[in-house]
Write a protein that binds this ligand. Structure first.
Ligand SMILES: [Zn+2]
Length: 134
């Protein structure tokens, strides 16, 4: 099983985002029973659901996380596990900033900045101040 494979909370079998559903129950501002399952294994009574093929979109993922803030989560651990499990599908391994940081590291340059890039005047000012403090 690959590192990024999802696992169904109900049957324990591998799961691909296209066939995954995040489901939970809501009562007022309290939410509980978060589960990541096959579409066919959504727990009965879980009225709230978001399809895996939607939640792997960065905007949908962040909207889902943002909507949970301010809600009372009765059992946060399953929700945390779901967010961690889905994150690799959202935050791609070829994130350009991460790639530039790896290149920068190999050149001994500044992380997060593509080698050869001239800093903005504001960033350069901050950099000089930092360097002067050495
Ligand atoms: Zn299942």
């Amino acid at each position: 099983m690959a590192e990024y494979d999802l696992v169904c909370d109900a049957c324990g079998a591998p799961l691909v985002p296209e066939d995954a559903v995040v489901s939970w129950s809501r009562s007022g501002d309290e939410e509980r029973g978060f589960a990541l399952t096959h579409t066919a294994h959504v727990p009965g009574g879980a009225a709230e659901r978001l399809e895996g093929r939607q939640i792997v979109w960065p905007n949908t993922y962040l909207t889902f996380v943002g909507e949970r803030l301010g809600r009372r989560i009765a059992d946060p651990e399953p929700l945390r596990a779901i967010l961690w499990a889905i994150a690799p599908f959202v935050m791609r391994h070829d994130n350009p900033t991460e790639m530039d940081s790896m290149r920068a590291a190999s050149f001994g340059a500044r992380l997060g900045v593509k080698p050869g890039t001239q800093p903005s005047s504001l960033a350069a000012g901050a950099q000089e101040k930092h360097d002067a403090g050495k």
